[in-house]
Design a protein around this ligand. Sequence first.
Ligand code: AMP
Ligand code: ZN
Length: 442
Amino acid sequence: MRGEKGEFWDPEVELLSAEEIRGLQLRRLKETLRRCARSPFYRRWFREAGFDPESLNSLGGLRALPPMDKDTLRSVEPWEFLTVPREEIVRMHSSSGTTGRATVIFHTWKDIQAWTELGARCLYMTGVRRSDVFQNMMGYGLFTGGLGFHYAAERLGAMVIPSGSGNSRRQIYLMREFGTTVVHVIPSYALYLLDVFSDMGLDPRKDTRLRIALIGAEPHTEDLRRRLEEAYGLRAFNSYGLSEMSGPGVAFECPFQDGMHVWEDAFIMEVLDPDTLEPVPDGEEGELVFTTLHREGMPLLRYRTRDLACAYPGRCRCGRWHRRISRIKGRSDDMFIVKGVNVFPMQVEKVLLQSMGVGTNYQILLEMVGNREEMRVRVEVTDELWRGDVRELKSLQKRITAALRDEILVTPVVELVEPGSLPRSEGKAVRVVDMRKDLGGE
Ligand code: AMP
Ligand code: ZN
């Protein structure tokens, strides 16, 4: 069995130099383009762009092709993307939380194996080993979070508890009964679960054997990560992926927790200015755009994610050259504009989690009051504060209002609410409720 000896799951690939990575990417890109020429969609796409896949001889040459996005995927029958006969497809997944036609990704057996290997590489990098008990609290089904790492953890040799999402008391029972050491979980749900531990009179630090959490699938702040680490007594690693690039396993934190390594043997990453589509320099924020390098059934070229982040240059302290990205600031389509100011939900989260007394959930409501736009931030407080002195609540409310005004340059109405009173989602958290459109008759 590979991987139990050293520090790396796949040292040959993980330790490639930057130059070797570029060489490998070019070879794989050429293969991918050759493969794409078998797909009806790509034949048309290339023709319309006047792009000759055979003539590409540098990574930069890819930029002659226009980027594609969710609308491109929706605009055609998904089968048209296939570069293999239909009977080669063994599974499909689709993107979560989208409206309209689902965007579907088809996988061959080899695609599933490649994704599984990437996942195992990520898990191993954070310290997961065969002796671990891996509780997978992600939804199983069309959503990629569940099945993706389920197979990855099995591949690595850990024992998997496929608990799926929700059913919080049972999750805690399973953790305790079977000695779970690693959880794969959506961060807002991990935060919520702390309330359930507390309702059950349990302390996850003492009453579980958890040591690692893999958190991802939604934007979250550094403060949220630290809070989870502290409350559970474990290390939490940021996990990034999207169904269009198979799912989790695209970029992952190493033990240094200093940005997520994008697996550049599997993906070409570009960071582009979302307006001009020109590359932005390292360290500057832009939209992540990916090209698959070993996808067999349904390769995607220059896929626009709408996710905003920046790339960190250079070699990481862990020895890997695979470029790192910052935490995802949010999706460009998560951003909302209130009173003429652009705001990301993560800016609000950052302020809230830095305030003592804030509980485990919050919600941002945008509404019209007469002709005026109003931003209302509803925040659950801790049980202790809720039952305590009303003056303390007042003072917290004032402090949060001032801190939010400093951060986002808009003064919101801050409402402190009872623990457990805001709606919860078992999947990705819904942070923003925009009622302006309903009332404004758009
Ligand atoms: P899905 O299409 O359901 O796989 O959702 C993918 C999207 O979830 C990504 O494009 C991101 O917007 C978001 N996402 C996934 N992982 C993370 C993460 N670690 N941090 C922030 N956002 C994430
Ligand atoms: Zn590293």
